[in-house]
Design a protein around this ligand. Structure first.
Ligand code: HAM
Length: 441
């Protein structure tokens, strides 16, 4: 068989080694704590869905669907895709499980990997992780404001504050068509200054022109009409209520009149939380380079119906976990030792008492690295040092014969008897070590 060498992870997809995965876990623990305070419950949906869920839900003309999905045929010929986001899946689950019948109000959150074939760069990956939350069944803008407040609370809980909250309103099925037309005629007027993609978007989805990241397109559309100026009376009232609800929650925000977001399902409220500008740009944020959106979200009142459910208002957001982790001060924390005790068995007849001691300690909730290999004392002490354990318990042949073990402090601290090392009966060793550790803490 030909030898395979140099296999690496797929471009834009990264391993999370303990130092990073620990930050992710801490952030996820805060997610559970904060979100449950707001009455949200966790859902977990499959990573793979039928492609049509996303093309219908997110929109054929969006970059995500048109260019970025990992799509493949299942064995029966069904087109499947790795999820590029989780809102469409949450809506599918909401409909599939008949939520609207039992209780249309659902507050769900999720965390997990998403996949987009984007140009990989700092803060932008092909497999990345999102933490998101969705509220179904409430149309009042107070829900939008509460969700944004939860997002800010969560970001602050992981040490990320000072971000900028931008909001906008995209109107609804009643007022969007007139706005679309106004934007379209504006875009036609500046067509020669727009990129090729935007030229095409004028016909297919003119709102996307405002979302283009290319500088010439941004400059050309600087004075483009804003959706916020074309709202019908109901949408204008909804947007005004959103602003007063945000004030009620005490959140600072800015109206960002050109924020359209990169997914087609939004109506009325859209919002984004971006990192404070990096120091070199006059801000105090750590900076995420060009990828400074920490989170994005908005209202999608039409999506449940589009995907085959009863009309149900809904609003949600998703945070990019990698971006949040990069900004969190926890990223700089050194990795704490994995264990507090190192138990070693050295020589004939030592495995059984040493294993019993390790189990006894673990039953008491103490973390233990166990080394029963055929290496000698020297190698095992070296490993014990590396492990960061506070205490080492040693069972050699002599100790095993006498039914004892040696307990050694691995730090500067003395054991209760005032020595660095003590000998205790194996049967009492777990309780003894537990006392030593309590003393240490
Ligand atoms: P989104 O704006 O596409 O919205 O993504 C939300 C966040 O995911 C972004 O602000 C960013 O932090 C992160 N993100 C997106 N793409 C990447 C990438 N390639 N690499 C790293 N991070 C990335 C949504 O996905 C919507 N489902 C949000 C939502 C929920 N709207 C309503 N409910």
């Amino acid at each position: 068989m030909a030898e395979i060498s140099n296999i690496r992870s797929v471009k834009g997809m990264h391993d999370l080694l303990p130092a990073s995965s620990r930050v992710f876990s801490r952030i996820e623990a805060e997610m559970r704590r904060v979100f449950s305070q707001y009455g949200f419950s966790e859902i977990r949906t499959p990573v793979v869905e039928e492609t049509r869920l996303f093309s219908r839900g997110i929109g054929e003309e969006t970059d995500i669907v048109a260019k970025e999905m990992y799509t493949f045929l299942d064995r029966d010929g069904t087109s499947l895709s790795l999820r590029p986001e989780n809102t469409a899946s949450a809506v599918r689950a909401y409909i599939e499980h008949g939520m609207a019948v039992s209780d249309p109000v659902a507050r769900w959150y999720y965390a997990g990997p998403m996949f987009r074939h984007e140009r990989a760069q700092k803060g932008r990956y092909r497999q990345f992780h999102q933490i998101g939350a969705e509220i179904f069944g409430i149309s009042d803008a107070a829900a939008d404001a509460e969700l944004m407040h939860m997002l800010m609370d969560f970001a602050a809980a992981v040490g990320v504050s000072g971000g900028r909250l931008g909001i906008n309103s995209l109107g609804c099925a009643a007022c969007r068509p007139a706005y679309r037309e106004a934007l379209k005629s504006f875009a036609v007027g500046v067509r020669e200054r727009l990129c090729e993609d935007c030229g095409r978007r004028i016909e297919t989805n003119p709102l996307r022109v405002l979302d283009c990241k290319k500088e010439p397109c941004r400059a050309a559309t600087e004075n483009a009409p804003a959706s916020a100026d074309h709202l019908c009376a109901d949408c204008a009232a909804h947007f005004a209520r959103l602003r007063s609800a945000l004030d009620a929650f005490g959140d600072t925000y800015e109206v960002d009149r050109r924020m359209v977001r990169g997914l087609d399902y939004y109506n009325r409220t859209t919002f984004e939380l971006s990192a404070a500008a990096p120091a070199e740009e006059g801000g105090d944020g750590a900076g995420l380079g060009a990828q400074n959106a920490i989170a994005g979200g908005g209202r999608y009142d039409g999506l449940v119906e589009i995907l085959g459910g009863r009309p149900t208002p809904a609003v949600g957001f998703a945070v990019g976990l990698e971006r949040l982790a990069m900004l969190s001060p926890w990223a700089a924390d050194p990795l704490p030792p994995a264990v507090r005790v190192f138990v070693m068995a050295v020589g004939e007849g030592t495995l059984e008492p040493a294993a019993a001691l390790a189990s006894g300690l673990r039953r008491r909730g103490v973390s233990v690295e166990f080394d029963g290999s055929d290496k000698g004392f020297k190698a095992k002490f070296k490993r014990a040092d590396k492990s960061g354990a506070v205490v080492a318990a040693i069972v050699g042949e002599d100790e095993a014969r006498r039914g004892v073990c040696a307990v050694k402090s691995m730090t500067a601290a003395m054991l209760p008897g005032g020595e660095k090392q003590a000998e205790v009966p194996v049967a009492d060793a777990a309780a003894y070590i537990e006392t030593v550790l309590r003393h240490e803490a």
